[in-house]
Design a protein around this ligand. Sequence first.
Ligand code: FNR
Length: 183
Amino acid sequence: NPWRVSVVIGSLRRESMSRRIADALVPLAPPAMALQELAIGDLPLYNGDLEPELPAPWRRLRDAVRASDALIFVCPEYNRSIPGAVKNAVDVASKPTGQNCWAGKPALVITQSTGPLGGLAGSYATKQVLAAVNVATLPLPEVYLSRIATLFDGEGRLLPDTQEHLRDVLASFETWCARFIAR
Ligand code: FNR
């Protein structure tokens, strides 16, 4: 069976570039990986008072994270850091205490930006948060997609060079995952 790889899209807007990249990853992934989105847009903000009633979106997220073999985060950076919706999702599935759903999973972090830096600071912030919940992020290659609007053609397809880049990244990620996932 292929690994279940859950993809967190770090932007909630419909026309998100992060979403377009995440969609483009599906046919580039090696056969060992089955990618599916891990939706984070409907989660109430983390609040320990809600634990007894367990909001349905929290339960859905926690179950989906637990069932994941590996994780991919495709995110913008917001004000040089992790987008709030992503941080909230990490918080929600890290609780209640002693039931951190993320623990021990391998992850790939891809950031993108319209500007020249490709979300580098946001990537580091995201990796820092993931380290706190015992997620093992792929150290190399780092993936910062800068000037993101220039990486798509007129039909909204990723340019061939970028597709090849991401295919190589996913192959490296497969090798990384094999160190963490029992076959
Ligand atoms: C941004 N953007 C941005 N870009 C950047 O390079 N550094 C930054 O710190 C920020 N900060 C920031 C904050 C907020 C609140 C927004 C909405 C945007 C721009 C961002 O990189 C660009 O719009 C992304 O391409 C948005 O990703 P999606 O929504 O297309 O996936």
